[in-house]
Structure formats: C-alpha cells, structure tokens
Design a protein around this ligand. Sequence first.
Ligand code: E4P
Length: 218
Amino acid sequence: MKFFIDTANLNEIKEAYDLGVLDGVTTNPSLMAKEGIKGLDNIKAHYKAICDIVDNNVSAEVIATDFDAIIKEGKELAKIDDKIVVKVPMIKDGVKAIKKFTSEGIRTNCTLVFSAGQAILAAKAGASYVSPFIGRLDDISQDGLELISQIRLIYDNYAYDTEILAASVRHTMHLIQCAEIGSDVVTCPLNVITALLKHPLTDSGLEKFLADHKKVNG
Ligand code: E4P
C-alpha cells in the first residue's frame, strides 16, 4: 500500500520523506490556504517545491469547475513537473475533464468521492486515482471503510486500473483497516504515519535491552 502525506507543509513533507516510506503528497485548496499560499505564481512555486522533495505523485487540485477552465488550469498544473497529478472534483465537468486528461496522458486524482457510483464514474473516465473521503463519511455516521470495501470489490470485478486512494484518513485504525481491505493508497497527516511507530512494549523492551547491555559493558 502506498503512503501519501496529506499536507502542503514543506517541513512535514520532508520529515515523512526522510522516514523513507513516502510515495506521494496530496494537497487541496484548504491545505494550501492553511500554509498561507496565495496567488497563482506562489501556488505554482509551492507545488514545484513539493515536487522537489518527493519522488512522484503530487496531487494539485484545480479551482475551476467548468470543463474548459478545468482543462486550462489542469494543463498549467501538469506543466509544473512530471510528478504532478491533477486533482479534479467529482462533478459532471470534472468527469468529462478526467476523460480528456486521460486521453492526453495527464494523470488525475478524482476527489470528493463519497459513493460507489461516483467511484465507478471516476474509473470509467480513466482517473489514475479515486479519492473516497472516509473520515468525512464517518463524521456523518456513514461507514467510510465500508465504502473502500465496496469500491475494492467493484474495481476488482472489472479490473479497473484506477487506484483507490483512501483520503480523509484520521487515525491509525483507518490506515490499518484500509490496508486490510486492500486500498492501493492512503493519504493522511504526518501524525498518523508517525503514530504507527508507537507501541509501549517497544519502548519498554528497548529500555531493558539498553540497561542490560550497560550492566555488562558499562
Ligand atoms: C485529500 O486528498 C483530501 O483532500 C483530504 O484527505 C481531506 O481530508 P479532511 O477530510 O481531513 O479535510
């Protein structure tokens, strides 16, 4: 399962990359705004800075919502670096744009997906990634992980190439259960990735090993 980090913060991206387990980055307009990135030139420069840290797969989201504007903006984003994946919302013009980008060899991430039907459309349009938001579904008492299972079954039935990118991942259990289900990718904040490291028996076990070594070796 690929690990993407869900942030536009360069320090967090570096920290996750240095851990050696990072396969990509997802951003969205809210995450870019959180870092105070504004204005087209600054936005493009920031995406370039992210691309310079990681090896591949940097999702950059379009703001446009009508077909022509999505195509124009998406092409501008794709020009920044080969690592860019154009993130397009699950709306009618978005689906049409994904089809067009796919035919031109531009990779896409279909975002704001909350149902199996939307995931089928994204795959049929040829999206490289589909992003079901599991945490936001949980927030409204719908089972986000159940949606990942449903999409896994459907995509396997038809051998769709689209990769399932579980998004809005809030904690380690989300991530572990996505791995059990067979999600291709999870995107999550840095604290979810680093929380995977932790176990009290690891800490106490290491403490004992080091103490025993010290007793004999000084
Ligand atoms: C990533 O592609 C999504 O934009 C992100 O995971 C949404 O997460 P949130 O629901 O925590 O905002």
